[in-house]
Ligand binder design. Sequence first.
Ligand code: ATP
Ligand code: MG
Length: 333
Amino acid sequence: MARVFSGIQPSGELHIGNYLGAVRNWVALQDRYECLICIVDYHAITQAYEPELLAQRTFDMAVSLLAAGIDPERTTLFVQSHVPEHTELSWVCTTVTPVGELERMTQFKDKSQRQESVLAGILNYPVLQAADVLLYRADIVPVGEDQVQHLELMREIARKWNARFGEGFFPEPQPMLSQARRILGLDGGAKMSKSLGNTIALLDSPERIWELLRPAKTDPARVTRKDPGDPEKCNVYSLHQYFSPPATVREVAANCRGAAWGCLDCKRVLADNIAAEFAPIRARAAELKAQPERVAEILADGAARARVIARATMAAVRTAMGLMPSQGDRVRP
Ligand code: ATP
Ligand code: MG
C-alpha cells in the first residue's frame, strides 16, 4: 500500500486554509493509504514563538486534527520532536542539498524578510521537511500549493542521495493537491497563514467567526452599499464556494453584481455557514480537551509506531553512507 506523509506546524490554530488545502485530504486518504501525520514542532521554532506556549499549541493542534477526523486507529499521528530520527536524517540531507536551491525558495524569501537577522533554521526548513518525508520513504504528500516548490526540492534531495549512496532507496515523493490549493487570508492579499493572523480557526466560536469576517476585505469597487461588485474579485465570495450550497453561491453572486445585498449581508450568510460546518468538529474538540491523557496516549502510541520505521531507515542510511556502526546498531537485529 502506498504511504502518505504530511505535516503541520503548531504555530497557531488550525485554520480554514489548512483544512481546505490539506487536512480534509488527510482525512479522506485514511481509507486508501497508510498515513502518517506529523505535528512539526521543530519547524515551528524557526519563526518567532513563545516557548511557554509551544507544548500547549502542540497539544491543541493534536486535538484539532483528531476533531477534524484524523483517526488514530488508521493514521499514525505524532509529534516530530518525539522521533529524533527526523533531525538526524535532516543533517544527512543537508550534505546533499545545494545552498543556492534553498535560497531561491519562495517561502524562505517571504519568511526571512520577517526576521531581523536571517537564521539558518529558516533556510534549512525544506531540508528538515525532506527528512520528515524521506524518513518514512513516503510516496505521496498531500499539501497546499505553497509547499509544491519544497516538494520539488525534496525530490532533488532524494535523487542526489540515491545517486551517491543507493539507487532507488528513497522514492521520489509526489505532492497531492486538493481543489482548494490556496486560500487567501481575510486581508484578501496574502495566503491565509497561522503566522500572519489573517485566519478563521476551525474551533472559533460563531461569535468569533463573525467578529473576524465583518471587517474582511471584499471587492474594493464596493465603496458604498449601492455600488455593484464583482464576486470574482472578492475573497468572501470565494469562501462561499467552499461553505455554502450551490443555490446560495448563485444568489450571492447575483446580489453582489446587482448591489441587492451589502457586503455585510453576504458575510453574515457565510459566517453562519462556516459556523454550522464546523459545529461537529468544535463539539468533538471540546470532548477531547476534557481528556488530555487520552490525547497524550494517542501521540505516544503514534511516536512509537513512527519510530519503528524511522529507526530502520536511519540504520540503512548510516550503513549505505559508510558510517561506523555503533554498539547499539550491532546488538539490534
Ligand atoms: P505558518 O504561517 O506558520 O507557516 P500555515 O498556516 O502556513 O502556518 P503550515 O503548518 O505551514 O500552515 O502548513 C500546513 C499545511 O496547510 C500545508 O500543507 C500547507 O500547504 C497548507 N496550507 C497552509 N496555508 C494554506 C492556505 N492558505 N491554503 C491552502 N493550503 C494551505
Ligand atoms: Mg506555512
